[in-house]
Design a protein around this ligand. Structure first.
Ligand SMILES: Cc1cc2nc3c(=O)[nH]c(=O)nc-3n(C[C@H](O)[C@H](O)[C@H](O)COP(=O)(O)O)c2cc1C
Length: 232
């Protein structure tokens, strides 16, 4: 399944806060449906595709945005958002800088977790598994699909490195813009490309009344997927 690209815009304002804490709204989503074993698809990828389509059909921004957790070899976790560009055959694709913090952690400890949160539907989906780099051809095809300005920043930005100020970044972009002004295509940055997470475990979480939420986990049992219910 290919996730349709969404763009980042600044339309969502900051959440209101009361007295230094985040405002809490415990309402269960109007759209929440029970997640029952008899309704769950035997294949977690099809179950995810059905939920993703409902998320994409709602008004939410960027349903393909997910939190990506990685960890250093000694187990210190780190977390950030990425855009998951699609999944197929149990493989989830996202793109980033191989020299970034996440890139370094994945090189040293090639396992990760993704979390989608679709608040409008009262749902979250957790996905865990090993990660490898995508092929250069895949990374190139994705890079070429992006606007030139986005390609220029990916090419120019030493992601996760300390820079002296914003002017340094703008200078790096301007230099590459001038260098490749007469080229039809920008080169693929050597240190930038795709990652592929192969799902070994999924958890589908559905918000329910009075905190008695539904949680169904899919895990491998030989060649099949075993579905188990976890207490909320
Ligand atoms: C909604 C959203 C989507 C993002 N998507 C990506 C992405 O697909 N790839 C990426 O490298 N960074 C993305 N970012 C920026 C990352 O969250 C992060 O700042 C960056 O990748 C550096 O992370 P790191 O220092 O842990 O490697 C996104 C941020 C947000 C808020």
């Amino acid at each position: 399944m290919r996730f349709t690209g969404a763009t980042l815009s600044a339309s969502a304002g900051p959440r209101r806060r009361d007295g230094g804490g985040f405002r809490h709204n415990a309402c269960v989503s109007d759209h929440s449906q029970p997640l029952r074993e008899q309704d769950a698809d035997a294949d977690p990828e099809r179950q995810l595709a059905a939920w993703y389509e409902q998320a994409a059909a709602s008004d939410m921004r960027m349903p393909e945005a997910a939190a990506l957790a990685t960890a250093s070899p000694d187990g210190a976790p780190s977390l950030r958002m990425v855009l998951v560009k699609g999944f197929d055959g149990g493989v989830f694709r996202f793109y980033s800088n191989y020299d970034s913090r996440k890139g370094g952690e994945l090189a040293a400890n090639p396992r990760a977790a993704l979390l989608f949160h679709w608040d409008e539907l009262g749902r979250q989906v957790r996905i865990e598994g090993p990660v490898e780099r995508a092929s250069a051809a895949d990374s190139l095809a994705y890079a070429r699909s992006r606007a030139r300005a986005s390609q220029l920043s990916a090419l120019s930005s030493p992601q996760s490195r300390v820079v002296s100020d914003r002017a340094e970044l703008e200078r790096l972009v301007a230099e590459n813009d001038a260098r490749y002004a007469h080229e039809q295509q920008l080169p693929l940055p050597e240190r930038w490309g795709g990652f592929r997470l192969t799902a070994q475990r999924y958890e589908f979480w559905q918000q329910r009344e009075d905190r008695l939420h539904d949680r169904l986990v899919y895990r491998r049992d030989g060649g099949d997927w075993l579905i188990e219910r976890l207490a909320p």
